[in-house]
Unconditional design. Sequence first.
Length: 346
Amino acid sequence: MEETIKLTQYSEGSGCGCKIAPAILDSILSHQQENKNNFPDLLVGNSSKDDAAVFQVSKDMAFINTVDFFTPIVDDPFEFGRIAAANAISDVYAMGGRPVFANAILSWPVEKIDAKLAAEVMQGGREICAQANIPLAGGHSIAAKDPIFGLSVNGIIHPNKVKKNNTASAGDLIYMTKPIGIGILATALKRNKISQNDYDEMIKWATQINSIGELLGAFDFVHAMTDITGFGLLGHLVEMAEGANLSALIQSSALPMIANVQTYIDQFIFPDNTYRNWNAYSLKTEGIKGMELVKFCDPQTNGGLLIAVEPSNKIDFENILNQQNQETWLIGQFDQNSEIKVKVLN
């Protein structure tokens, strides 16, 4: 009888939960500096902790490039490929850009896991690329001890339409486009505690591409965008607030949660890296009480967009999203700068 392979057994931290901790990442990047005098056309580099690099190539065009990959978040290789591809493409959408092609990044333990499963991972990646209307044009693979998959995605945008994560203004409304809980449900899967319905919900949200970002790139009243991934909602809110020298006021009751996620939290089923995120950002936060930290710090894989919108254009913004059948939640507002970067109101 053929042994069933569970890809998640090769994942210490699944999906975007396997990101290097924020403090360690800051240490790694601390000596890496961008010389704007040497590269004046580099519109977005690593200094702002943004979602992708942007390089201007002409008066009317800039290239976007991002690289994103991780260990399995689910056992099904096809779904693993879909989730990883959707997550990588999201970084281009988060900049307001249009993806144009992608290359695959594949690591596979060929002596332990049949290569036909790697082919299924690739097929899942191709399906999501097709949804985004881009080719999976090539890539690179290695034989290694852990299965890893992701994409390097290239996109284009007008240089004046780039949406950064550090350009919000005081008073901007804060929206998000997906509910929280993918990390929690992925942990329930690893512990064999998840129901079929909840698994299906996780797959639905984790494979939904954030294509609305490309449309929002055209509107000047959208001041800033990022996507919510491994550092959780709290981490990405802190990055947006610090980058713009602002603070954020968030209504805890307004945060959307995937159906039934709270039942898993109540059983203390959530990623270990939830605490890693809390430890990284808790001193910059006020008002998060008890186990509320889980929903703020749950590492998301292909989470929704986090968007800063000019308040006078609230109705215009919401009408645009409604016309696109895009769900959205208003969760708070940016405020003047203070020592506390994220203040949570209950």
